[in-house]
Design a protein around this ligand. Sequence first.
Ligand code: MG
Length: 201
Amino acid sequence: MAVPKLVVFDLDACCWYPEMYMLRRGAPFRPTADPNVLQSSGKEAVRLLGNVRNIWKELHSDERFAGTRVGVASRCDEPAWGRECLQKFMVQEGVSMWDVAEDGQLVEIYKSSKQQHFKRLSEKTGIAFEDMLFFDDDPYNIQDVSRLGVTCVETPEGVTKEAWEEGAPMVRRTGPDHRLQVRATRRRGEKKKALTAALTA
Ligand SMILES: [Mg+2]
């Protein structure tokens, strides 16, 4: 399997849920017995979605991904909370999501067009957009970033095994048609309902 040189993740409603702006009180976050769950200071659970933990672990430790780097592109309303969660979600013993994203050096969290996040990531890494793979739950971000030539996968239920497999074959494709078809836009309300149902099941 050919692999991307840089895999980039959105955070809110893509890697975890709820979104940071939905928390009444955020930091400090505490680990729980479940490595997929952190607890906010308001006693709310922030939960990794889908197969996020395993995928990040694989990206970190599987030799197939030895040449693959990992980054974050987020417009999170509470950047400090987002960074703290990345530091406290452990993908394996002693390795946090923050560590996987090169000690946070490839973590881009701020309000702007996501194209800007990708330009920064490309400058920092020297990796071309065509060699990047991006996961995001928001169809507008998917459209925006795919214009750069990045292969994008929409994740209405977070980064599930299926979403990952949809993105995995990306680099086998070359030329202007390699971009994955952006899936039909879903209304945000439907997505939230699906996420809430998945998390309370
Ligand atoms: Mg999102």
